[in-house]
Design a protein around this ligand. Structure first.
Ligand SMILES: Nc1nc2c(ncn2[C@@H]2O[C@H](COP(=O)(O)OP(=O)(O)OP(=O)(O)O)[C@@H](O)[C@H]2O)c(=O)[nH]1
Length: 343
């Protein structure tokens, strides 16, 4: 029998946004949806706009998803964006992070359950979170202990991409200082957070490595590559690391019309009174780069890493826990039987 045609198969791509409250996560989702509409105005877009995306921006009280059907170079892609409530206060961040990790792990459990079936459902939808955009607060010049803790824990389960929200609140000089400072906090002699694109430290050799690389920096890490002689995939990854963190400026709705602010060739903009900016222009932010990283150059890598690294790790952990529990209960039953025979 000929293999079933995959020509019309739709590929799923799921992106989650996470960060402290008010850093522009929902505004990013709105901006991306508007930009996608502009890319292909005739295509069918969101089937249903969640109320939180209609009208003026309000606090995201509960997680929600919004999906868009896209045609990317002839490939059908169902893009799902997952918005999460912002971390309210530092002391609550751990609890909120626990819920977010629970959501991500639940998607792994669904895949695990599907894989264990004798007859798998060929129509099963891939709900894994393929990328998690971590929005950084532009008022903090470097990562604080909460950011580091959140990034470290998220990076064990998902491809994390850092984004500097509300970048219009910073001057160019401030942005140029902040971007490398943030990356220094992610990767230095003490912290080597394996966000997407950065290497994972071998846990066994951790101490040895730390001694060896004391004082190491992101520049030191990047220096080991000879860009011109690397293969294409490595060059794509190096280019990506140089862009981190992505700066983002979200568009504003015109309060009169409720539609995106559009002024002379600026289809989705922000009005400051003294001037307007085009939120899609590379002059002001990295939005275009971020969009193309997600939907084009890195989509395949992100999906592969999700299944081959994160899901595999989770699966191994679950199986080990299951085995340990079984052994424990076998030991316990043996002990009870021994005790019974002694009676
Ligand atoms: N100046 C500026 N303001 C922004 C930008 N993005 C969002 N805002 C404003 O910041 C406020 C919060 O934006 P949201 O997108 O709701 O932030 P959030 O991170 O989703 O917040 P929570 O739902 O509380 O987690 C709103 O008043 C937005 O208009 C931006 O790029 N620049």
């Amino acid at each position: 029998m000929a293999p079933r045609s995959r020509k019309n198969a739709t590929s799923q791509f799921n992106v989650m946004v996470v960060g402290f409250a008010g850093v522009g996560k929902t505004a990013f989702i709105k901006t991306l949806l508007e930009a996608l509409k502009l890319d292909s105005p005739k295509e069918r877009h969101t089937l249903f706009d969640p109320p939180v995306l209609q009208g003026p921006l309000t606090k995201t009280a509960a997680p929600y998803t919004v999906s868009v059907d896209l045609d990317i170079d002839g490939e059908k892609v169902a893009l799902t964006l997952i918005d999460t409530p912002g971390f309210q206060a530092s002391f609550l961040a751990d609890k909120q992070l626990h819920d977010i990790l629970g959501y991500i792990e639940h998607q792994f459990d669904l895949t695990l359950a599907e894989e264990s079936k004798v007859k798998r459902n060929p129509k099963a939808v891939d709900t894994q979170v393929h990328a998690c955009l971590y929005f950084l607060d532009p008022t903090k010049s470097v990562l604080d202990e909460y950011d580091i803790r959140i990034l470290t824990r998220l990076s064990r389960r998902v491809n994390v991409i850092p984004v500097l929200g509300k970048a219009d609140t910073l001057t160019k000089a401030q942005r140029d200082r902040m971007k490398p400072a943030i990356m220094q906090s992610v990767y230095n002699a003490v912290n080597k957070i394996p966000i997407y694109g950065m290497p994972e430290e071998d846990e066994e050799d951790e101490d040895e490595e730390k001694d060896k690389t004391a004082g190491s920096s992101l520049e030191g890490f990047l220096k080991q590559f000879d860009y011109e002689n690397e293969d294409e995939d490595t060059r794509i990854l190096i280019d990506y690391i140089h862009m981190l963190p992505f700066t983002m400026i979200a568009y504003e709705d015109d309060p009169q019309t409720g539609k995106p602010i559009a002024i002379e060739g600026t289809p989705i903009g922000r009005d400051y009174g003294w001037g307007t900016i085009d939120c899609m222009s590379p002059t002001f932010s990295d939005f275009n780069d971020l969009k193309s990283i997600l939907l084009d150059t890195h989509r395949g890598f992100l999906k592969t890493a999700t299944i081959e690294d994160y899901y595999e790790r989770y699966r191994t952990e679950r199986l080990l826990i299951k085995r340990a529990t079984k052994l424990k209960s076998m030991d316990l039953s043996k002990k009870i039987l021994e005790d019974l025979t002694k009676l």
